[in-house]
Design a protein around this ligand. Structure first.
Ligand code: AMP
Length: 284
């Protein structure tokens, strides 16, 4: 695996590979890697691409400075895991390398409705920061294919919109959420949970599964309320549990039985905020 720290260097190297007819597959991450991240690298390898991974804890996307300060870092282990997965290139930029002019006067992106609901509503500015970093990364890394995890469902939609609005020539692949054996979605933030909290955290997946098993056409308010109560009783501070149209994330209160729904949840265990989702008409 080749490690680059400078934007100019990795760009020159990848542009050459591209000219030589190579396909470039890219997996952006914030590090503290787990098997979910590695599954994205594996998807890009399977497609026969030069697989590029980036590790950059993007300050611009943290609406909570404590969350940024406490974000886990396991760089040596990450490098080892990427080597083992056969990742070809690792990009490890500094903040000044990513944002040489700072972020104060950064571009803003028109994300419309997506920025007003769910994660957009509870984490003001978060998706602007996500767009800023992904836009910059895609300018540095000329990716043909971008691999993202369904775990961050709304983020996938936001990045799709970014690629569309900025007319970038990158195909987005959304890969399934990898889970621990009890169903807890793998997440870097899980490293901050105690053993006891990890057991409590299973309730998120159980609650989403409860929705999946009980959804019926008609009014969904009672089902959503039961789901929120489920998490509150288990000791979570709940931001939301919602059922939304999987295609555009519009909240569904009356379900027609045909619209493809997704259940989404965000809740705190102590000061660790966890998110998860489940497509309600699929096998996940
Ligand atoms: P992060 O490092 O958390 O910003 O995530 C980097 C990428 O890995 C994003 O596309 C995430 O959606 C994806 N990802 C995170 N957790 C999982 C998971 N459990 N399964 C699959 N992909 C994931």
């Amino acid at each position: 695996m080749i490690l680059f720290k400078k934007a100019g260097d990795i760009n020159t190297w990848l542009m050459k590979s591209r000219k030589a007819g190579k396909n470039i597959g890219f997996v952006p991450t914030m590090g503290a890697l787990h098997q979910g991240h590695i599954s994205l690298v594996q998807a890009s390898k399977k497609a026969g691409s030069i697989s590029v991974c980036s590790i950059f804890v993007n300050p611009a996307q943290f609406n909570d400075s404590k969350d940024f300060d406490n974000y886990p870092s396991t760089l040596e282990k990450d490098i080892d895991a990427l080597e083992k997965a056969g990742c070809d290139i690792l990009f490890l930029p500094s903040v000044t390398e990513m944002y040489p002019g700072g972020t104060y006067n950064a571009k803003t992106y028109n994300l419309g409705y997506l920025e007003t609901v769910l994660e957009g509503k509870y984490r003001p500015g978060h998706f602007q920061g996500v767009c800023l970093v992904v836009h910059r990364l895609l300018n540095i890394i000329p990716a043909d294919d971008l691999y993202l995890g369904q775990k961050d469902y709304q983020q996938c939609m936001v990045i799709k919109k970014l690629v569309e609005v900025e007319k970038m020539n990158t195909t987005i692949h959304i890969c399934p959420t990898l889970r621990e054996s009890g169903g807890l979605a793998m997440s870097s933030r899980n490293m901050r949970l105690t053993a006891e909290e990890k057991k409590q955290a299973l309730k998120i997946y159980e609650t989403l599964s409860f929705i999946k098993n009980n959804i019926k056409p008609g009014n969904l308010n009672q089902l959503k309320q039961n789901a929120v109560n489920n998490l509150a009783v288990a000791g979570f501070k709940v931001d939301y549990v919602e059922i939304a149209d999987a295609g555009n994330l519009e909240i569904i209160n009356e379900w027609d039985g045909h619209t493809k729904p997704v259940a989404v949840a965000a809740a705190f265990l102590g000061d660790v905020r966890l998110i998860d989702n489940l497509l309600l008409d699929a096998g996940d």
